[in-house]
Each structure stands twice: as C-alpha cells, then as structure tokens.
Design a protein around this ligand. Structure first.
Ligand code: F6P
Length: 528
C-alpha cells in the first residue's frame, strides 16, 4: 500500500465531514433559495469566474446554482475526503477496485510511450506493443479491397464506446468500410444485419473482455454458423481471417476458432475500454493516426485532472457539482443534451459510464450509505429533445440539471443550419435559467433551472478523446466522494443467473419455485 492509498483508506465518510455539515447549513441558508438571475445581477464577472477551460473543452458552469461559498465548501469536502490521494492511487496503479482486487489503469492506455513511470514500465511496454499491433491490423484491414463490411459483436462497454466514437467521428472516416454494431441477444438485430452482408467481404470483430457474455457469445456463434452455411458449398473460406477476437480471454477465443486476437488487461474496466483493443472499430474508421490523436486528447485531459489545482480542475468541479445537486438539492437525474447529431450515442454511452460506475448503495466496507449516489442520466441530441421532453424541463415539477455539449465548427456546408443549431442550444440554456413571466398560469416559465454548457471548437478525434476522459474523471470524483467502488458492477449478476434458470423453463413449462408473476407470464408466453 502506497502513501496515497493509505491516506485515502483513512478518509472519513463524506457525510461525516465538517464540510458536509457546513454544506447542509449553506444549502438551508442560501442554496435552497438560490436564484441564478439574481446571481448574475450581483456579480458582473460570474461568467468569467465560473467558466473553466480544460484541454479541448471549454465549460461554462455559471448557470448552475453555485457561488464562491458553495465551491469553497465543495472543495473542502474534496480535501477532507482525500480525493487527490485517491486520484493519485489510481494513476499509480494501486488496486483501488478493491472488490475485484484490481488496479484501474485505463489512463495508461493513452499515456505516451517513453514517459517515466517506473513501477508501470512493464505494463506501458505491453500497452504500446498491443496498440502498435492493433493499429497495424486496422491499417491492413482499411487497405484490403476485398473487405467492405466490419461487424462489431459486443455489448455494454464492448459496444457503447466504440459505437459512440465511430458515429461521432464519421466526418473523419476514410476507410470506405461500412461499420456495423450488433449487441442485443434479440435475434432480430443480427438477422436484419446479416441480410445486408456478404460473408466473403465481411469481418466480424468479437469484442468481449471476458469472452463469456451470453449475448455476445450467442451472436458470435450465430454469425459463425451463418458464415459457414453461406460459404460451405463454395471453395473453402478461412474462418480465422473473418473472425477477430478483442478480449482478455485469449483461450476462450481460440476455443471458438479465432486465431487473431488483440488483448487487454483486467485493469481495464469494460466501460473504460474504448482506448484498448476494444477501440479497433474506431481505428478502422479513422485510421491509426486518428486513433493516436483520440488517445492524445484523452491524455491531455488526464494530465489536467492529475495536475491542475482542485479549484481549476474541470473534472473535479463537475464531480463536486454532481454531489451538490444529488445530495443537497436532491436532483435525481441529469439530462444530456448534445447539440450535434454525430453525438447521438453519447447519452447512452454516459448512461453506462455513470450509472454502472456509481449506481451503488454500499460503501467499500459493505455498509449501506445514508445518501444518494448515481443520478439517472438520459437524453437525446438537440434540437430533437426540444420537441419531446424539454416541456418538462422548462415547466415540470422536477428540476433536472441539463448538460449541453455544442461544437463551434460544422463539417458540412449546408447554409444556415449550424448557426440555427447553436442558437437553439444557447436559447434553451438561457430559457431554462431566465424563465418568463407571462400572464400567469400556463404560459409562465419559472426559470432558475440549472445547466452546464460544454463547448468544443471542433469534433475531432482529439476533442472527443478529451470529452470522454473528462466524463470518466468526473464520475471518478463523485464516486470517490461517495466512498463507493466505481469500478465493479455486481448489480448486473443476479439477472444473468435468473435468465439462465428461466430459459429452459420456457421450453419445459416448469414453474416450480417461481414467483406467481413470473410463472404467470411464462405461462402466457408458452401459449403462443
Ligand atoms: O453487463 C455488465 C458488463 O460486465 C459490463 O460491465 C461490460 O461492459 C459488459 O458486461 C460486457 O462485458 P464483456 O466485454 O466481458 O463481454
């Protein structure tokens, strides 16, 4: 145990700190009645004070219900909870994922070659050897004129990250390959996809950290059967050339019949794995150079998180804001509003990142927490959301902080669209805050509804890398304050076990030991 881990291990629980008590008092005195409009009137420099540049991302925090006093107390909370020591322990490769006895080193995946890190030199060398091999393969695939389609079969972190990034960076796609993603065990998804494919011109990437996830294994097996059935009557086709494994479980991939695999390590969590071999679909899309720029953007954010003082550290400020809203204001959800259609899977990606990481109810010693943790994240790209649920955001009874993402530069030349898109993003944030008094009743907007505005100059591999790393670190900060393990996910296990029990009952009709509702539904399903 290093000094950092020892220091963090002896931190107090967040709700037992002096800062927590003072934040409660501050909330009761000033926070509950805080008015954003008044705050801007009182402080002409509020925007400057509460905006924060970070690598590739500019953040305006000024439309949030915080002031200098709130931030000072939140920073005190971070210090009392030893967030810096915890952060340093993560970067140093300490086994901070205690329930699984693992280090948490996704930051190493984007650390440049040759940096000095003594204890992690061996891991770094392996990371770079694998990255070089994976990127060389991506370039070979890009240059292969016989391959037109690449299908990623994976789920959760083995799907959401690469899919989100491939869509986000479509403007940088230079491979001419069609990328597809199949995740759901629902056969409708794979069957529809297979209809569009020719086996000889298709490569399947079987992406699974464990190579045991039932959805991925079922889809992979069906894809393999389809491939064999389609090519069986013709001249033999080398299956190994068309099925590639992205996994830490090379033995299982070999047993499946895969000979080319790209590996990663148990210290890369599934939802943090887009930077590893799991990022191969992105590397095929944007090429090796683009993928290295994606890693470099994330690394720039890592350095910011690792070295910037807490008061000007964007992931820290966002993570603290999340705790302020969740635990003192009682806001239980956050709307993610990317004003860029290429970021359409960004809300789904963030759902796993935040909710699988911080959706925990006990602390590291297994004691129930007396306070809330992960908010519910949800959202759609703007302007679509405006014509669906923004009504509730403006006039509903619940306050939902909104996190906008906008990009200054457009990568199309359709006149007028981009200024209109950006104007809408600004207008929604403004309307949420300012509100409007009309004739009372239906037409009134209460205003004072908080939002954060993240602004990128351009949506590039580097800026996307930085944006995603920012989100990873802000989730780390709130999870650290809450004293939970943000890096395990035991909560997904029970459903998997029960599904295994139920599946054979669908055929046999055996309802022994089932609750009445499950038994009743099973019976009805069997009548079809
Ligand atoms: O559903 C839980 C989970 O373990 C996620 O954390 C993970 O991203 C996903 O399943 C897929 O796991 P694997 O990459 O091992 O197939």
């Amino acid at each position: 145990m290093t000094a950092q881990t020892a220091e963090w291990a002896h931190r107090p629980r967040c709700d037992q700190t002096a800062a927590w008590a003072m934040l409660g008092q501050h909330f009761r005195q000033d926070g509950a009645a805080f008015d954003l409009r008044q705050a801007f009137t009182d402080d002409a420099r509020r925007f400057e004070r509460l905006s924060q540049p970070a690598p590739h991302v500019f953040a305006d925090l000024s439309k949030n219900r915080i002031d200098a006093a709130t931030e000072a107390l939140l920073l005190q909370l971070a210090r009392e909870c030893r967030v810096e020591a915890h952060r340093d322990a993560m970067f140093a490769g300490e086994p901070i994922n205690a329930t699984e006895g693992r280090a948490v080193l996704h930051t190493l995946l984007r650390a440049p070659r040759g940096a000095q890190d003594g204890a992690l030199a061996a891991e770094r060398a392996e990371v770079h050897a694998t990255l070089d091999a994976m990127l060389a393969f991506a370039e070979t695939l890009r240059a292969d004129p016989h391959i037109t389609d690449v299908v990623n079969i994976g789920i959760g972190g083995s799907d959401l990250g690469p899919q989100m990034a491939v869509l986000a960076l479509d403007a940088f796609a230079g491979s001419g390959k069609r990328l597809h993603f199949v995740s759901n065990v629902d056969g409708h998804e794979l069957a529809a996809k297979l209809k569009q494919l020719q086996p000889r011109s298709t490569v399947f990437l079987i992406a699974s950290k464990t190579f045991t996830t039932i959805e991925t294994m079922t889809n992979a097996l069906s894809a393999k059967r389809w491939f064999e059935a389609q090519t069986g009557a013709e001249a033999p086709v080398d299956i190994a050339r068309h099925f590639i494994g992205l996994t830490t479980n090379v033995a299982a991939a070999r047993a499946f019949g895969i000979s080319t695999t790209f590996g990663f390590w148990d210290w890369v969590g599934g939802r943090y794995s887009v930077w590893s071999a799991i990022g191969l679909p992105l590397a095929v899309t944007i090429g090796a150079e683009g993928f290295r720029a994606f890693l470099a953007g994330a690394h720039a954010m890592d350095e910011h998180f690792r070295t910037a003082p807490l008061e000007s550290n964007l992931p820290v400020r966002l993570g603290l804001l999340d705790v302020w809203y969740r635990n003192f204001h009682g806001f239980s959800s956050r709307c993610i509003a990317p004003y860029h259609s290429a970021l359409r899977r960004y809300p789904a990606y963030l759902q796993q990142l935040e909710m699988e990481s911080n959706g925990k109810r006990v602390d590291l010693s297994g004691q129930a927490l007396g306070y809330g943790t992960s908010p519910v994240l949800w959202g759609e790209p703007g302007t679509n959301g405006q014509h669906a649920y923004f009504q509730m955001l403006h006039q509903g009874t619940d306050v939902v902080p909104v996190e906008f993402v906008a990009v200054k530069k457009a990568r199309h030349d359709l006149a007028g669209h981009h200024p209109m898109l950006l104007a809408n993003a600004l207008a929604q944030a403004q309307a949420l805050m300012q509100g409007k008094v009309d004739q009372g009743g239906q037409k009134d907007f209460p205003g004072n509804r908080p939002s954060t505005f993240l602004l990128l100059d351009d949506l590039t591999p580097a800026s996307l890398g930085a944006l995603i790393a920012l989100q990873e670190h802000r989730v780390f900060v709130s999870g650290s304050l809450w004293g939970i393990n943000s890096f395990d996910q035991w909560g997904v296990e029970l459903g998997k076990v029960l599904a295994k029990d139920i599946e054979p009952r669908l055929a046999s009709g055996d309802t022994n030991g089932l609750d009445a509702s499950t038994a009743g539904l099973l019976g009805r399903i069997r009548t079809i």
